[in-house]
Design a protein around this ligand. Structure first.
Ligand code: HEM
Ligand code: HEM
Length: 340
């Protein structure tokens, strides 16, 4: 039944993996600029230099604090008690609005006018990209504040098993879904800003430690999720869906898994080819292979352009599908399979 969905998913992945990185080899917006070539040369000259940590491991501690905050938010979003769920939604609203306001503040102080020189001409779009993300996060944060207010009108206890049920996801899958979703959505603006930080900024390396640690956490969580779904199979898609909706939903889910695995792996491979260590909070991963200037660029295009483009398309479809179900088809129970 899902053959067409799988076919579309495989085609999209192939197009993303092969087509966009191969553009990096041709003349055009993905041709490295002079600054880009200098950057690569500098990276390779300092390959293996691992002098990056902030004093007292402040970067790893910041990463752990963020992760704990996100875990608590995801757990409370799905808590049995209505008052805890209100706090969970408020925390999600505060984080989303917080990211929007920080981006707005960076715009006001002119931080986007003094960024690392573009490595490709397409990088010139980054300040505009950040400003758009700022607007999107601010609107999302205000919307979630409204949801928090609506939730204060509810007092139902969420009776839910840890395991997945026949018609809805259980608590464990929900906590995994929301932890990963918050991490993932936060890593996008964080990543875009990562590559704008001027070379000499004092916080640059520490910021990388946080991005890489949270990114590798997504990879860990997706493996836990896949194993968990073997132990506790996910419910089949909602029976009210039409055939094309089932195919689209299935394709979107497969692609979201591709993204949750593809982003961290491509980030790790790109960093290693650049001779840079990756970090998982207090630990550094080894440099598994030798740096290679020719391979940093295709892996960089994958991590920094192809996967983000794929993510925006799939994420928009994922949210639009969930909202259509709720507001157009008026199947409130379908939305509640994952959202409380
Ligand atoms: C932030 C807004 C999001 C909303 C409102 C949302 C909503 C939902 C809903 C309602 C479902 C259940 C679909 C069904 O009935 O089967 C679902 C499933 C799913 N979502 Fe999301 N989601 C969001 C973000 C994300 C993100 C960022 C990712 C991954 C990067 C993601 C990955 C998935 C996956 C893979 C499933 C399928 C279930 C599974 O295998 O765990 N979602 N989501
Ligand atoms: C789900 C996980 C991840 C997501 C969603 C993500 C997302 C992003 C995005 C959107 C960018 C900015 C692209 C740009 O505009 O140039 C970026 C940059 C970057 N990411 Fe990730 N990332 C993830 C995981 C990782 C991991 C695990 C690593 C390394 C171990 C990593 C290393 C990097 C590096 C080094 C940059 C900056 C490259 C530069 O200086 O231009 N990322 N990331």
């Amino acid at each position: 039944m899902f053959r067409l969905g799988r076919f579309i998913a495989v085609l999209s992945v192939l197009a993303t993996l092969v087509f966009l990185p191969s553009l990096a080899m041709a003349e055009g917006p993905l041709t490295p600029t002079e600054a880009g070539n200098e950057l690569t040369a500098k990276l390779l000259a300092n390959a293996g230099d691992n002098d990056h940590r902030m004093a007292y491991q402040a970067d790893s501690i910041a990463g752990v604090v963020l992760l704990v905050l996100i875990l608590v938010t995801a757990a409370w979003l799905n808590h049995a008690s209505p008052s805890r769920r209100i706090v969970g939604t408020f925390l999600a609203a505060a984080m989303t609005l917080g990211i929007g306001l920080i981006i707005g503040w960076l715009h006001v102080i002119g931080a986007f006018d003094n960024v690392r020189p573009p490595a490709f001409s397409v990088d010139e779009l980054k300040p505009g990209h950040m400003r758009l993300l700022g607007v999107a996060f601010t609107i999302g944060g205000v919307f979630l504040l409204l949801v928090t207010y609506w939730q204060t009108k509810r007092d139902d206890v969420l009776a839910l098993d840890a395991t997945n049920e026949q018609t809805r996801y259980g608590r464990a899958t929900r906590v995994l879904h929301w932890t990963t979703a918050i991490l993932f959505v936060g890593l996008i603006p964080m990543g875009v800003f990562t590559s704008m930080i001027p070379e000499d900024a004092w916080y640059r390396q520490g910021y990388y430690v946080v991005h890489k640690s949270l990114g590798l956490t997504v990879l860990l969580l997706v493996f836990i999720r896949l194993v968990w779904h073997r132990v506790s199979p996910t419910p089949p898609l909602d029976t009210s869906l039409k055939t094309w909706e089932r195919r689209s939903a299935h394709t979107a889910h497969v692609l979201l898994y591709v993204l949750m695995i593809g982003f961290p792996i491509s980030g790790f491979v790109m960093s290693t080819f650049g001779g840079k260590y990756s970090h998982f909070f207090f630990w550094d991963t080894p440099l598994f292979w030798a740096p290679n200037a020719d391979l940093i660029i295709p892996w960089g295009v994958l991590h920094k352009l192809a996967l983000p483009v794929l993510f925006y398309a799939v994420f928009a479809a994922h949210i639009a599908g969930a909202l259509k179900h709720q507001f157009v088809d008026k199947h409130g129970d379908a939305f509640k399979r994952m959202v409380t």
